[in-house]
Design a protein around this ligand. Structure first.
Ligand code: AMP
Length: 128
């Protein structure tokens, strides 16, 4: 899948639309999700143009991969959701493609916290 430069997170990176910023460095930008699914719901996106985790894992430079992943703990500590920072822990989710219901085609990690988050994946009835 080719990268769509007009996706909403590309516009946020270019400063064309606002975000509720949590953290920013050379490799990553983190901001609050507009439709939070937990008391704390942050998104972390790489600065580079990558569609999803598959694209990033395959094509990003080692420096980008390391830099982006380092941002996770920076954000979690800043939000106070990591156990290191006195929180109760958090879940990281990266949706990729149709079955995972990825909506925005720029890689993003969801960081969810602030309540017990339940099972990692809810079984659908026909599978249970
Ligand atoms: P996904 O389904 O993994 O692609 O998740 C996309 C996420 O982006 C959803 O949780 C949306 O609520 C969130 N989202 C969409 N537009 C914005 C925006 N302008 N600012 C912050 N979060 C957004």
């Amino acid at each position: 899948m080719s990268y769509d430069k007009e996706n909403i997170f590309a516009k946020i990176l270019r400063g064309e639309i606002p975000c509720d910023k949590i953290y920013e460095d050379e490799y990553a930008l983190a901001f609050k999700d507009i439709r939070p699914q937990a008391p704390s719901h942050a998104l972390i996106i790489p600065k580079g143009a990558y569609v999803d985790i598959n694209d990033f894992s395959k094509n990003a430079t080692n420096e980008e991969v390391v830099g982006f992943n380092r941002a996770i703990s920076m954000v979690a500590d800043k939000l106070g959701i990591s156990e290191d920072s006195g929180g109760n822990g958090y879940r990281v989710i990266a949706n990729s493609g149709n079955d995972a219901h990825q909506e925005v085609p720029h890689l993003h990690f969801h960081l969810l916290a602030g309540r017990p988050l339940g099972p990692m994946v809810y079984p659908i009835k026909s599978e249970s």
